[in-house]
Design a protein around this ligand. Structure first.
Ligand code: ZN
Length: 166
């Protein structure tokens, strides 16, 4: 396992539409292990393959209560709405308010290659929607409810310890 470099938001990879993955290979599973390790190293709540330079539709999430990977994730149902501060590992220490659905059902492939469907709420829903945006070249700063509210949070501050980026 390895901690990989997270690309910054101005890297062209972050604006590409990622490709669907044809199947879950051993090589892909190794890469997903690296995604988990990289996410953990940055105390992230999620990560998408393009952030690590791979134009593939693969995401990982760690909401504190659960940790999972999804290949070719797709939203099949979304409802509710809430605004909360969001941050991105590709734009370290910057946070801003984004509106997301609060109750989301996603489908995709699990790491064993079989179809999975997950119902996600609140933080888990927010993280997965943020990651799926990455697969379509969308950054959370594109979705700020108020672009003037994007703000820098000192990484040494108490507040930074409570905020989670993805
Ligand atoms: Zn992000």
């Amino acid at each position: 396992m390895a901690v990989l470099t997270v690309l910054p938001v101005d890297h062209p990879m972050l604006r590409r539409k990622a490709s669907r993955v044809r199947g879950v290979s051993a090589g892909l599973r190794t890469f997903v292990d690296d995604m988990f390790e990289t996410m953990q190293a940055h105390r992230g709540a999620g990560l998408a393959a393009p952030q690590l330079g791979r134009p593939w539709r693969v995401i990982v999430a760690d909401t504190g209560s659960e940790r999972f990977a999804l290949v070719n994730p797709e939203v099949v149902r979304a409802s509710g709405a809430a605004v909360a501060e969001e941050g991105c590992l590709s734009l370290p220490n910057w946070y801003g308010p984004v509106e997301r659905a609060t109750d989301v059902t996603v489908k995709g492939l699990g790491l064993d290659g079989t179809s999975v469907r997950r119902r996600l709420r609140d933080l888990a829903a927010r993280v997965v929607l943020h990651e799926i945006d990455h697969l379509d070249g969308v950054i959370f700063t594109d979705r700020l409810v108020d672009s003037e509210k994007l703000r820098f949070v000192d990484p040494r501050s108490q507040e930074a310890q409570e905020l989670r980026a993805s």
